[in-house]
Design a protein around this ligand. Structure first.
Ligand code: AP5
Ligand code: MG
Length: 199
């Protein structure tokens, strides 16, 4: 199973990706977590991207693509992935499609989690993950989402494998809503995936 999770900062992408990863025995790949690991470990990529992540700006597409290629291909071969936080722009989506199409590992479903801004801000301030969870940077991340990622939702809007889920309910309720929508998609038989996961 190959899934994308799209949503604003604080929408619950990480929370839902973990649940989907456990349920369907697929890899959870978070672009943000991987980027933060590079910053923490002060790798050469980490040094190039730190200022973007700290400011809440998007890291240049090519750097993100290069970082994700290997883990995504490996996960596809091992049974699938849930990609959390990528793609985030129309350009990333187009570039990723080209690579995936060549390898025969195109995405099978994209889930859009929607949560009103007020609740997003409340969640992020309550959590405070680090340098990008200050009030100013959160406001900027929300702006970047509107400008850069909302057009991606429009770009995907007519795809039958894209759907939106209300992300304001409890994490378990959101998870069940996602699974029930996935079960309605023709692209995969979730029962089979579960059987494979428990075999
Ligand atoms: P990234 O790490 O992706 O951060 P984000 O999009 O800002 O979102 P978060 O991780 O903060 O929130 P989330 O949606 O995962 O929610 P979570 O489950 O944690 O990106 C960080 C930075 O990396 C970017 O700014 C950019 O610089 C760079 N980057 C990443 N990807 C990139 C890309 N593709 N291209 C370019 N640059 C990129 O939940 C949030 C909080 O709410 C938690 O405390 C959680 O417990 C709580 N919560 C979750 N669900 C619920 C619920 N249902 N009810 C109540 N509380 C809930
Ligand atoms: Mg996250």
């Amino acid at each position: 199973m190959r899934l994308l999770l799209i949503g604003a900062p604080g929408a619950g992408k990480g929370t839902q990706a973990e649940k989907l990863s456990a349920r369907f025995n697929i890899a959870h790949i978070s672009s943000g977590d991987l980027l933060r690991e590079h910053v923490r470990d002060q790798t050469s990529l980490g040094q190039r991207i730190k200022s973007y992540v700290d400011a809440g700006d998007l890291v240049p597409d090519a750097l993100v693509m290069d970082m994700l290629r290997k883990p995504v291909v490996a996960a596809s071969e091992a049974g699938g992935y849930v990609l959390d936080g990528f793609p985030r722009t129309v350009d990333q989506a187009k570039a990723a499609f080209e690579v995936a199409n060549r390898l025969g590992v195109e995405v099978q479903a994209a889930v859009h989690l929607y949560v009103p801004d007020r609740e997003l801000i409340r969640r992020l301030l309550a959590r405070s993950r680090g340098s990008d969870d200050t009030e100013d940077v959160i406001a900027h991340r929300l702006e970047v989402y509107q400008q850069m990622t909302m057009p991606l939702l429009e770009y995907y809007a007519n795809r039958e494998w894209m759907f939106s889920v209300d992300g304001t309910r409890t994490p378990d309720e959101v998870h069940e809503a996602i699974v029930s929508r996935l079960e309605k998609l023709a692209a995969f038989d979730t029962t089979e995936e579960r059987d494979a996961a428990s075999a």
